[in-house]
Design a protein around this ligand. Structure first.
Ligand code: FES
Length: 148
């Protein structure tokens, strides 16, 4: 195998791996909900995370709350029955709305990327995303937004 063929084969393998990884990480379509806006924050049912995969009950890793009363959506990640994060989907670099992709939030403006806890993975953003306290009670999540 000559150098040119090796490079061509390597690039094809890398591209295939990237496409497959993207495909598998996005098997479950993103779920958008409006939540219920109360005086101090948002309420949503924990069942919003329930889905089916291969005929079995499973949990989505996140849902996105889009509510007309909010300037930006809130991405809620589920880690287990009692652990969630609620992240304001506004890039901390220059304020562009973020896109959720698996366990990452990405900014299409200049390429910043954040993890599912809101920490910067890739700049130019240099500050974590704004996050809100989440409490779980009686199968309901309450996202405390008093700090907006
Ligand atoms: S506004 Fe998001 S990276 Fe610049």
């Amino acid at each position: 195998m000559d150098r040119r063929e090796f490079i061509k084969n390597s690039c094809t393998a890398c591209l295939s791996a990237t496409v497959l990884a993207t495909t598998f990480s996005s098997c479950t379509p993103t779920k958008y909900i409006s939540g219920v806006l109360g005086k101090d924050g948002l309420f949503l049912d924990v069942n919003e995370f329930v889905t089916t995969q291969n005929g079995k009950a499973a949990y989505r890793s996140f849902v996105i709350i889009r509510n007309d009363a909010l300037q930006f959506p809130v991405c809620v990640y589920r880690f287990n029955d009692n652990e969630y994060t609620a992240l304001w989907m506004r890039c901390t670099h220059q304020g562009t709305e973020l896109q959720a992709s698996g366990d990452r939030l990405q900014c299409t403006a200049h390429g910043s990327e954040f993890d599912n806890k809101g920490s910067v993975r890739t700049g130019p953003a240099d500050r974590s995303l704004r996050s809100f306290p989440v409490t779980v009670s009686n199968n309901q999540l309450f996202i405390d937004m008093r700090a907006i």
